[in-house]
Design a protein around this ligand. Structure first.
Ligand code: ADP
Ligand code: UVW
Ligand code: MG
Length: 394
């Protein structure tokens, strides 16, 4: 292995940060080791494990409240010590790429300023994605950094699907539907193509259900519709985000409840969704284990809205032949998959209960007219692939 092409991937999500180190000397980079900081559990010790899950090395100083510069200085030093060589690049997940970045880009000061200006369109995410980039630029200005966007995979979505029904000058100002979770959808699209070209040609809805959640209607590896819009607030019910809401509610809250823009941002991004409805938690594991009626109600609303919007995506596709579950909830919560599929029975979706409980790749029963799959997503691998392509100049 030429470790001179080792790449660190930083996947900053709304409830977790995932790290991966890849050998990017091939177009399909191999995972060397990985680690995760989960906000629900915190981490006073960041353990990097090899692909088989065996501990490779640990970062003792990585406390949740360590400054980003300190944390990343430690992470880089420890990884390079482990590799015995310097990293070739760092690839980052950046949630919003706006109109400006339809594909991954090497970060410089100008790029960073444009990405910073997109913060109001993803206030929960963009600062979390840009903090590691800034920290690494400060401590290692010569190190190549690549920004890979959640929005890129959806860039081909055409009118009318990508439009809001608002005056044209606002559309020209960039106020339209962008869509997110694109690195996850891109990875899943690749895995569907690996099954066969025929499989990839199916009218497919991919449900990425994590702390943030969205659906992508895809065919032949391309996105044709998605539930998120200008911001990662639209669409499904999420951990702390409301998803689709009557815009009149926002006007009313300002007019009659005296809420400011900051109050609304706090309400819609941080206090709503599963947390707001249940009053218990944003964490699906906690809700599924809870006896509280409000926790059950939150899960019901979550699965109802998924099924409702899968049907809407099927409308865009002109039918439904394949449904894929991915993301922390999609991959692990068989009960959520059961509830969603029960609600989609009228569309010909029928689960095999034991395959579903075992979270096998194929979980539909023989009679189902829709294939149903469970796939572990891998945004880090998608980012590593983009880094390998940029490094090799392809
Ligand atoms: N075994 C499990 N059963 C149910 N839900 C789970 C399980 N494991 C993880 N989850 C849920 O997955 C969600 C986090 O998803 P993830 O994709 O890791 O988050 P992020 O959006 O931060 O990347 C949380 O709601 C968590 O409760
Ligand atoms: C875009 C988005 O919602 O990301 P996450 O799932 O990490 O919150
Ligand atoms: Mg995520």
């Amino acid at each position: 292995m030429s470790t001179s092409d080792a790449v660190l991937v930083v996947n900053s999500g709304s409830s977790s940060i995932k790290f991966g180190v890849f050998d990017a000397s091939h177009t399909d980079p191999a995972l060397l080791c990985k680690a995760q900081i989960d906000e629900h559990e915190g981490a006073s010790r960041l353990v990097f494990t090899d692909p088989a899950g065996r501990a490779s090395f640990a970062l003792e100083q990585a406390e949740p409240d360590a400054s980003p510069d300190r944390l990343f200085a430690d992470v880089l030093a420890r990884i390079e010590h482990h590799l015995g060589e310097r990293l070739r690049a760092v690839g980052h997940r950046v949630v919003h790429g706006g109109r400006e970045f339809p594909r991954p880009v090497e970060v410089n000061r100008t790029v960073l300023a444009v990405l910073d200006a997109l913060t109001p369109l993803a206030p929960l995410h963009q600062p979390r994605c840009l903090t590691p980039i800034r920290a690494i630029s400060a401590i290692r200005p010569e190190l190549m950094q690549v920004a890979c966007f959640d929005t890129s995979f959806h860039h081909g979505i055409a009118p009318p699907v990508n439009r809001f029904a608002i005056p044209r000058h606002l559309e020209r100002a960039g106020i339209r539907r962008y869509g997110f979770h694109g690195l996850s959808f891109e990875y899943v699209a690749g895995r569907l193509a690996d099954i066969s070209p025929e499989f990839s040609a199916k009218r497919t809805v991919v449900a990425h259900l994590g702390n943030g959640a969205s659906l992508c209607a895809m065919r032949n590896g391309r996105s044709i519709d998605t539930t998120m819009g200008l911001t990662p607030l639209d669409g499904l019910v999420m951990g702390t985000r409301c998803g689709t809401i009557d815009p009149g509610v926002l006007l009313y809250l300002q007019q009659r409840h005296g809420m400011s823009v900051d109050d609304l941002e706090q309400l819609l991004y941080h206090q709503s969704g599963l947390l707001g409805v249940s009053g218990v938690s944003s964490d699906m594991r906690v809700l599924l284990a809870s006896q509280e009626p409000a926790a059950k109600e939150a899960v019901d609303l979550f699965t109802f809205r998924i099924a409702q919007q899968v049907a809407a995506m099927a409308g865009t596709l002109g039918g439904l032949e394949c449904l894929v579950f991915t993301g922390g909830i999609g991959e692990h919560a068989s009960e959520v998959r059961t509830q969603v599929c029960e609600r989609l029975r009228w569309l010909g979706v029928q689960l095999d209960p034991s395959a579903n409980t075992a979270a096998q790749l194929h979980i539909a029963c023989e009679d189902s007219s829709v294939d149903v799959l469970v796939m572990a997503t891998n945004e880090e691998a998608a980012i590593a692939r983009h880094c390998a392509a940029l490094i090799s100049g392809t």
